[in-house]
Design a protein around this ligand. Structure first.
Ligand code: ADP
Length: 603
């Protein structure tokens, strides 16, 4: 179909011939032909039948001319009609049908005109002309313009014959023209408007068809679009489902607590972890829709409400809580995030996790760092102390050696100086021994050497070793031993046991200005519990553990009046532990201290 031709919504046609522009005209004619062909055949048959039937009138009105009239009827007009009817079944008919019908019209009309000319005054046959004119214009489906040619041609033929051939009277010619012209005019107008209507209908139908096609095209388009959109929707739905399944798996599979709430603090979402933990902590089962704040125990409500309020004011933050549980302190960290939809905060989401492990690790690191710093500080203090400890006796030795060179010294003076040099040397030897011991212990090179030790022997030795020193300081030294039927001889590391006991008694004397010192042991089946008790300066509670650590003195600031490198107790502790024993102190400041150590043994 040539759409372009019918685009205009206004019907364009020739006002006289009624023709459309070329392309639509072609379409119209085809349609007109198809719609008309049946009527054309019926009309031709009927006209032919009537044309024959009027032959009866011929023999009644003009028997003398009947054979002429019969000839016109049965040898011209009716055969012509038959031929046209037969042609209407061929293909060419569509091309020539209007022309053939025009011929039939003119020939049929001319036949009647011819008949009227035999007796012009007789009006009977002029009525036949009317029938022919009406058939031509209104029945045979000849197009208006073609029919008009036929109509006016017949009037022309009539006048030519009437005027020049039969010379009819002017009254006959005039009166007949009145009827013929009127009939022609009526037929023309009727045919004109009928055809115009038909054409308008055709035009409208074409437009409708065209619209229909457009609508159908639109429909197809729309359907395609819908199909595409549906496909897209299904795809995004699948993606959304997959994403939400993944998220659900993550959220539900995690050990972290996750929940979300709306502006009325009602739960929008809660994962199983949080549900379970909340239930375990507070005995309340949280569900979507439940009010978060009301579910909390009274004392916690205010603090959590203020947190949720902050989120609803579009703040993003984290808090840390330490919660006391049956299993100890649990540290939790909760992240708060506002949920924003179309620029407005519509709720909040929370993400809580147990950070106890991390927190403890952090605390441990801090502790370790402090320890490292402390030990660093102690080592520096130790070095300073050590250089002091070494320099003091060294100065003694060098100083008094110098004095000895003086020739005028008395024997007594010489003896005193040599004694000082000897003491200083011993003190230095002690320090060097301590340093060697502690280095060996630190390097793991200290060995255990098990031999038989007679405990009574040990006690007697230590007692006599310190007796004079204690007395010279005005202290009463006593050794306490259980009564035994036979000497107690055990297997242990003799050197270490001696060293520990000597160290403890030496310290007791060193840190006691007046009073007494008592030492000894108690005997249990497989353990010996030694003690060294003094009435000295005592040790503050918070230092009682530290003094056993390497390089530590009970009071770093006040240690100056007393000599010592702070190694003795740590060496003692290391020795006792090597022998599977334990060492500790009980002490009160300004009252005195008692050092104990347990020694497992084999008899
Ligand atoms: P030092 O060489 O300084 O004596 P120790 O390791 O033997 O080193 O002792 C460590 C610290 O313990 C001493 O500096 C002292 O402050 C404290 N101390 C040890 N024994 C006693 C005691 N009997 N009475 C009070 N304080 C003591």
């Amino acid at each position: 179909m040539e759409k372009s031709e019918i685009k205009s919504s206004e019907m364009i046609y020739n006002k006289i011939t009624l023709s459309f522009p070329e392309q639509i005209e072609k379409l119209f004619r085809t349609k007109y032909y198809i719609d008309s062909i049946a009527q054309v055949r019926i009309a031709l048959l009927l006209v032919m039948f009537l044309y024959g039937m009027f032959g009866i009138l011929d023999s009644m009105i003009f028997p003398q001319y009947a054979h002429y009239f019969f000839a016109i009827r049965f040898f011209v007009v009716i055969p012509l009609s038959i031929v046209v009817i037969l042609l209407s079944y061929t293909k060419v008919f569509q091309k020539v049908w209007q022309f053939l019908l025009l011929v039939c019209f003119i020939v049929g009309g001319s036949g009647i005109i011819a008949m009227t000319m035999f007796e012009p005054e007789n009006y009977a046959y002029y009525a036949g002309m009317m029938l022919v004119i009406f058939s031509g214009y209104l029945f045979l489906k000849i197009r208006f313009f073609v029919a008009a040619i036929g109509g006016w041609s017949m009037i022309l033929i009539f006048n030519l014959i009437a005027l020049f051939y039969v010379k009819a009277s002017s009254i006959v010619i005039i009166s007949n023209n009145f009827f013929f012209v009127s009939a022609n005019l009526v037929g023309m107008f009727a045919a004109y408007f009928m055809e115009l209507k038909i054409r308008q209908n055709f035009f409208l139908n074409q437009k409708l068809d065209e619209e229909k096609v457009t609508v159908e095209e639109l429909n197809v388009d729309l359907e395609k679009k819908i199909e595409k959109r549906t496909k897209e929707l299904i795809e995004s739905k699948n993606i959304a489902e997959e994403v939400s399944a993944n998220i659900a798996a993550i959220i539900e599979g995690t050990f972290e607590s996750i929940w979300a709430f709306d502006t009325g603090f009602r739960i929008l979402y809660i994962n199983q972890t949080f549900q379970r933990e909340f239930f375990e902590s507070f005995g309340v089962r949280l569900e979507p829709g439940v009010n978060l704040i009301e579910s909390l125990p009274e004392p916690l409500q205010a603090i959590w409400k203020s947190r949720y309020d902050r989120v609803l004011e579009n703040e993003q933050f984290t808090v840390e809580d330490a919660v006391q549980t049956e299993g100890g302190i649990v540290y939790i960290q909760v992240g708060f995030n506002p949920i924003i939809r179309q620029g407005k905060v519509v709720g909040g989401s929370c993400f809580g996790r147990d950070i106890t492990f991390k927190k403890l690790a952090e605390l441990e690191i801090i502790e370790a760092k402090e320890k490292a710093e402390e030990s660093d500080r102690l080592k520096s203090a130790f070095l300073a102390n050590m250089s002091h400890e070494i320099r003091t006796p060294m100065n003694g030795i060098l100083g008094f050696s110098e004095l000895l060179k003086e020739p005028s010294l008395s024997g007594e003076e010489q003896r005193q100086y040599i004694e000082i040099i000897e003491k200083s040397g011993n003190r230095m030897l002690g320090i060097i021994n301590d340093i060697v011991d502690i280095s060996k212990i630190e390097a793991g090179l200290m060995e255990i050497n098990i031999e038989k030790v007679d405990i009574k022997h040990l006690i007697d030795y230590v007692f006599s070793f310190f007796k004079l020193e204690a007395e010279s300081k005005g202290l009463k030294l006593s050794a306490v031993e259980p009564e035994l039927k036979q000497p107690l001889i055990i297997k242990t590391d003799r050197e270490k046991l001696y060293a520990v006991l000597i160290n403890l008694v030496k310290n007791a004397i060193k840190y006691t200005d007046d009073g007494s010192i008592e030492f000894g042991y108690e005997y249990d089946r497989l353990k010996l519990k030694f003690f060294v008790k003094d009435t000295g300066i005592g040790i503050a509670d918070n230092r009682q553990k530290a003094i056993f650590e390497r390089f530590i003195q009970a009071d770093l600031i006040n240690k100056m009046p007393h000599q010592g490198a702070g190694l003795g107790l740590s060496i003692s502790k290391a020795f006792i532990e090597m022998l599977d024993g334990d060492i500790w102190v009980e002490s009160a400041e300004d009252e005195g201290s008692t050092f104990f150590f347990l020694l497992p043994f084999k008899v």
